[in-house]
Design a binder for this molecule. Structure first.
Ligand code: ADP
Ligand code: MG
Length: 690
C-alpha cells in the first residue's frame, strides 16, 4: 500500500522540474491541494486576505468574516466535546463584546491562552450563539504594538495542509520561478489601459503591500480572463458566414402542431416567440447557439420539448442534459408521457444506468433507434455516440461549464445548441459574456399563477403559527418542502441537520403526517423513489437539503419552508421558492431566520415584496458584502474564475471595448492563429530550456 503511494508520488514529482527544491512532505501537500506544477501554485490565488494592520472590535465583526481582534482572556479551559474529542475553549473580551474561541487538536494552546493574558486572535468568525472562532491563530502581546504592517494571503485549504505551508510554497515559487512566467496580453494593451504585467500581478495577488496592489492584481486577472473570452467570442462571430445555409431541414411540422394542440394549456406569447425564433434558425439551416432565459416557472421545459419534437419529426435526434438525476428523471417521465403516444422514442441515460441496460441504450442511440435522449453529465462521456444528433439542449446551464457544453454539442451532426437558464443576468452582461450566444427571454409567466406569498419568520411565536398553518394545509391535501438549516459546506453535516429536523418534525410539529428525507448523500435510486412518492402524493412533507433546488416540478406542493434563510443568497432563495406555486393553487414560502443582524433580515424582506427574478438579482448585488475575493460565485458563470460578472460590470465593459478596438486596428489579420491570448500559456519556452 505504502509502496503505491510512493510510486504515485514519484511520478507526481516529475511534474516539477526540480524535485530537490521541495521536500517529500511538501510534494505530498501539493498533491493534496491538486497543484501539479509551479504554474498551478502561482495561479493558486488566495481566497481572502488577513490584514494585520486592521484590528476589529468584537462589536463590529460579522458572520464569516476573517478578522483580527485584540482581546483579554477571561476564561480558558480544556473540555471534551460530545463525540469525546479533546478541545480547548476560551472566552475573551475587548470591552465591546465577547467571543468564544475553540481549538481542536491543539492542546498546546493552553500554554499561551491563559486567563488575564492580552492577546491577538486571527480567524474566521462564525455566528452560532454569539460569535465564535474555531482554531484561530493567536499571539500573546508583551507590550509591543500588534504586528508589523502585513497583509497575508488566506488560501483554500484541504485536510493536512496548513495556511503557512501554502504561503511558504507559494513564496518559494515566486522567488525562484516567476521569471519564467510569460506575458499573455499584448504590451500595447497593458500600457494603454494601465494593466499590471502578469508577473507583477502574481506577486501582488499573493503578497500585496497594500490594498491597492490587491485591487490592481484582481483587475489584471479579471481582464486577462475576460479578454480571452471576448476574443474567442468575437473571433467566432467574425469567422461565421451570416448567409450560409449549413444544412437543410424538410421543415415538417405535423407532429409539433398536433402536440401543441393536445396541450392542456395555451402557450404563452413569450413561449411562442422563443419557439418561433429557434424555428426560424433551424428551418434556414443556421447553426443555433442560443441562451433561453426565463424565470423559474416560466415554462422552459415545454419549449425544449417542442423543439426536440420538431427535430425528431425532421429525422434528427435530440438530447437534453439536466444537472441532476432527479431533474433528468422528471424530464424523462413527462416526455415519455407526452411524446411517447406520438411514437417518439425517448430514453434516459444517467450515471446509475449501468451494465446491460447501458450497453443497450448506447447501441440503440448509435443506430438511431432512440429519438430523444435525456440525461445528466453521463451524456458527455465519449462512449455516448449519436446516429444523427440535430439539437442539444442544456437545462439550468449555469451548472455546467463551457467545456461540458462544447463536448455535448460536438456530438452532433449539426452542432445546434440551446441552453436554458433561470439565472437572471442583465441583458447587456449576458451579451458580453455569452456574446456568441443569441438570447431569447421568456419574460412572462403562464397565466393563472397566483404569486407565491412569502413571509419571514423571525421568532418562535411566528414559527408556531406557521406550523398551525402548515398542518391545516396538509390536512386539506397540500404538500410541503422543508429545507433544513445549511450547516457548513459539508454535505455530511447537512445530512445530519436534515435528519435532526426530520426527527423533530415527525415527533412534534408534524406528528401524524407522512414525512420523508431527501439529501445528496442518498443513492440516486433512493432519491428517485422518494421523489416519485412525493409526486404521487404518498408523502406529505419532504424534509431535505437544497438538492431540490432546481427544476423539480410537483404542482401539488404549495408550501416551502426554508430554515436559516439568511445563509442563502436571495437568488438562491428565489430558485428554491420557485419549487412551489407551479400549479393553480395558492403557494406559500416561509423564510425562517433567527438572525438578529438587521442587514440580513432586511435583505430577506425583499423576497416578501417581489417575485421578479431580475429585481431580486439586483437586490442581491446591493447586499452582497465584499471581502470574499475569489470566493463562491452565485453568478452562474462557473467558467470565470477571477471575474464576478454581476459586480465587475465595469471590467466587463472595458474588456469589450478593448477587444473591439483591438480587432478594428488589426482588421484583416484575423485568422485562427491571430489570438495570442491564452490563459493556459505558462512559461517562456526559451527561458525554460536555456
Ligand atoms: P421552468 O421554466 O422553471 O423550467 P417548467 O418548464 O418546469 O418551468 O414549467 C413550470 C410549470 O408550468 C409546469 O407545470 C408546466 O407544465 C407549466 N406550464 C408551462 N407552460 C405553461 C403555459 N403556457 N400555461 C400553463 N402552464 C404552463
Ligand atoms: Mg426547468
Amino acid at each position: 500500500m505504502n509502496g503505491d503511494i510512493m510510486d504515485d508520488l514519484k511520478s507526481y514529482n516529475l511534474l516539477f522540474e526540480e524535485i530537490k527544491d521541495f521536500e517529500e512532505k511538501d510534494i505530498k501537500k501539493l498533491k493534496k491541494l491538486g497543484v501539479k506544477s509551479y504554474f498551478d501554485l502561482l495561479y493558486n490565488f488566495p481566497r481572502a486576505y488577513e490584514d494585520r494592520t486592521n484590528i476589529k472590535k468584537i462589536s463590529e465583526v460579522t458572520n464569516d468574516e476573517f478578522v483580527i481582534i485584540k482581546a483579554t482572556v477571561i476564561r480558558a479551559e480544556m473540555t471534551t466535546s460530545m463525540n469525546r474529542r479533546k478541545l480547548f475553549k476560551a472566552k475573551v473580551t475587548d470591552g465591546t463584546g465577547y467571543m468564544e474561541l475553540t481549538w481542536f487538536g491543539m492542546p498546546y494552546a493552553k500554554n499561551y491562552v491563559k486567563e488575564g493574558n492580552d492577546m491577538v486572535f486571527i480567524g474566521q468568525v462564525k455566528r452560532r450563539f454569539g460569535f465564535q472562532m474555531v482554531n484561530p491563530e493567536f499571539k500573546v502581546l508583551k507590550g509591543e504594538s500588534v504586528f508589523e504592517g502585513e497583509i497575508l494571503p488566506i488560501y483554500s485549504l484541504v485536510n493536512g495542509v496548513q495556511e503557512n505551508d501554502v504561503r511558504k510554497l507559494v513564496k518559494w515559487s515566486i522567488l525562484h520561478k516567476i521569471e519564467l512566467v510569460e506575458e499573455n496580453l499584448p504590451r500595447e494593451i497593458l500600457e494603454k489601459y494601465k494593466i499590471l504585467g502578469r508577473k507583477k500581478a502574481i506577486r501582488c495577488i499573493h503578497f500585496p503591500k497594500n490594498n491597492k496592489e490587491i485591487e490592481d492584481a484582481k483587475r489584471r486577472f479579471a481582464i486577462e480572463e475576460l479578454i480571452i473570452l471576448q476574443f474567442g467570442i468575437l473571433k467566432s462571430k467574425f469567422l461565421l458566414d451570416e448567409n450560409k445555409r449549413f444544412y437543410n431541414l424538410e421543415d415538417k411540422k405535423e407532429l409539433v402542431k398536433k402536440f401543441i394542440g393536445s396541450l392542456k394549456f395555451e402557450l404563452t406569447t413569450a413561449q411562442k416567440k422563443v419557439i418561433t425564433e429557434v424555428h426560424k434558425d433551424l428551418s434556414n439551416g443556421k447553426i443555433v447557439n442560443r441562451l433561453i432565459q426565463g424565470d423559474v416557472g416560466s415554462g422552459k421545459t415545454i419549449v425544449a420539448e417542442i423543439l426536440l419534437l420538431y427535430m425528431v419529426e425532421n429525422n434528427y435526434q435530440g438530447v437534453l442534459m439536466a444537472p441532476t438525476e432527479i431533474l433528468a428523471v422528471q424530464h424523462y417521465l413527462s416526455m415519455i408521457d407526452e411524446l411517447g403516444e406520438q411514437g417518439v422514442k425517448v430514453e434516459i441515460l444517467t450515471g446509475s444506468i449501468k451494465g446491460k441496460k447501458r450497453k443497450e441504450i448506447l447501441s440503440r442511440l448509435r443506430e438511431g433507434d432512440i429519438d430523444i435522449l435525456i440525461g445528466t453529465h453521463a451524456l458527455i462521456e465519449d462512449e455516448v455516440e449519436f446516429h444523427n444528433l440535430g439539437l442539444t439542449i442544456i437545462d439550468e446551464q449555469h451548472r455546467f461549464g463551457v467545456e461540458q457544453r462544447r463536448k455535448l454539442r460536438e456530438k452532433g451532426s449539426l452542432s445546434n445548441l440551446l441552453v436554458m437558464s433561470a439565472t437572471p443576468i442583465p441583458r447587456s452582461l449576458a451579451l458580453s459574456i455569452y456574446g456568441d450566444l443569441d438570447l431569447s427571454v421568456i419574460d412572462e409567466l403562464p397565466p393563472g399563477r397566483t404569486p407565491i406569498r412569502t413571509k419571514c419568520i423571525k421568532d418562535n411565536i411566528e414559527k408556531n403559527k406557521m406550523y398551525d398553518f402548515i398542518r391545516k394545509k396538509l390536512r386539506a391535501g397540500d404538500q410541503a418542502y422543508i429545507v433544513a438549516p445549511l450547516i457548513e459546506e459539508s454535505e455530511t453535516l447537512n445530512v445530519k441537520s436534515v435528519e435532526e429536523l426530520y426527527e423533530e418534525l415527525s415527533n412534534l410539529e408534524l406528528k401524524g403526517f407522512n414525512l420523508a428525507i431527501l439529501h445528496g448523500k442518498m443513492s440516486n435510486q433512493e432519491k428517485d423513489e422518494i421523489m416519485h412518492k412525493f409526486k404521487n402524493g404518498d408523502i406529505d412533507v419532504l424534509v431535505s437539503t437544497t438538492v431540490i433546488e432546481v427544476g423539480v416540478n410537483v404542482p401539488n406542493s404549495t408550501i416551502m419552508v426554508i430554515n436559516d434563510a439568511h445563509r442563502f443568497g436571495l437568488s438562491a432563495l428565489h430558485q428554491l421558492r420557485g419549487r412551489v406555486g407551479r400549479g393553480s393553487k395558492k403557494a406559500y414560502c416561509f423564510l425562517v431566520s433567527s438572525s438578529t443582524n438587521d442587514n440580513s433580515v432586511n435583505r430577506l424582506e425583499v423576497l416578501e415584496k417581489t417575485n421578479d427574478g431580475f429585481v431580486i438579482a439586483e437586490e442581491d448585488l446591493k447586499f452582497r458584502k465584499s471581502g470574499e475575493i475569489f470566493g463562491k460565485r452565485q453568478s452562474g458563470l462557473s467558467d470565470l474564475r477571477f471575474t464576478d460578472i454581476t459586480t465587475d460590470v465595469k471590467t466587463v465593459k472595458l474588456v469589450r471595448d478593448i477587444a473591439i478596438e483591438y480587432l478594428k486596428i488589426n482588421k484583416g489579420k484575423i485568422t485562427n492563429e491571430f489570438l495570442i491570448f491564452d490563459i493556459n500559456k505558462k512559461f517562456d519556452e526559451k527561458k525554460l530550456k536555456g
